[in-house]
Design a binder for this molecule. Sequence first.
Ligand code: IFM
Length: 451
Amino acid sequence: MTAGRASAKAPSRFTWGVATSSYQVEGAAHEDGRGLSIWDTYSRLPGKIKNGDTGDVACDHYHRYREDVALMREFGVEAYRFSVAWPRILPEGRGAINEAGLAFYDRLIDAVIAAGIEPWLCLYHWDLPQSLQDKGGWTNRDCAQWFADYANVVAHRYGDRVKRFATFNEPSVFTLFGFCLGGQAPGIVDRSMLLRAIHHVNLGHGAAVDRLRASVKKASLGAIHNCQPCRPATEKPEDRVAAETLDAYWNLAFPDPQFRGVYPPAIAGLMTPHLKPDDFEHICRPVDWFGLNHYSPVYVVASNNNPLGLWFGSAPADVPRSTMGWPVEPDAFREILTTMHKRYGVPIYVTENGTAYADKPTPDGKVPDEPRISYLTAYTAAMFDAIATGVDVRGYFVWALLDNFEWSSGYSERFGLVYVDYPTQRRLPKESFRWFADQIKGHSALSVPTV
Ligand code: IFM
């Protein structure tokens, strides 16, 4: 199926999954020939990551994936979304292929399939090879082609077993924070670098889709977008403008060119110097679904403290928050699902939703996490409300399977359905994982069309 066209295929079950990403869970950062990524570099810069944490060990998923897959199976999870670490496959980003890195994902994929779980492979969850960053990374137009070549290697190796591929996870987040707002690798603060990175990531998406389509039979392809309603924090006109600007960068700068072949009006003029003839033809390639990650709405104020002229304001005082400080507003989830459905018209998979709380195990090894259960209950209810009004949602993935390395927050924030005791690497399923297992069982008869 192609973008914009309705599916006429036979109904199948709604997909219930969990997600992780390579740098956040794998560890084994210096094993079996893995090259350095920009996050290895960035996490070592003084003061960038809480408590000086790094992803060197993380959840040691690289060695403990069998135990993690067994947990998914035990709790009835139907799909596992993980990402491949580009520098494990191509330590220098291009050129020599690292067979030991490829073999790790063979083992992981085979274990996932043997457990009756569908593998969903994301090519890029932020860990760009450092060698490519040394050549300019996403600010270098060639990076789009390097990415497509990497996609080709992955497609040829795993395309016999994996059919679900995402090109990028949350391109708006890693470009905004990595190139302009600060707080993420590679740590650049420069609007023109942001604009270049946006365009080259979009070109990389289109080129990778073509490579995947050419080599993987029956591939089901998409990109994963972080979508959060951007609301002015006050009634001031300048805050309204700031919210519209952030909406263009955060919610539209990738899906608009990928589905409609244009940049959103608020940034189209700024993008023009970076465009070459036919670029939109290369970016706007047919895909099968829209991956939508959602956590909370964003409140925006005008501000001079960065090149975009905006910053993050506060939610109304009575709105509850997670430990990340993010407002808990399930209605914003229903709203953004509806907005994206109307704007792009393709089937949606909710590829991330979840929340961080300060979970603490009890002496008998239980992890009561009622706030997370309340959050997930309210957010899945909002999703079902959206579906009832005609929004075409085909699946839902909780972020995350495991507590993990939460970027600049290090290990201080816990998003997992499974508690990880980092000193021992012991896994303790939280009460929310039992809730999720019941949710899956309760909706096992739910049918949706397939893509
Ligand atoms: O941990 C991140 C993930 O890597 C991308 N989406 C949001 C999550 C929570 O911040």
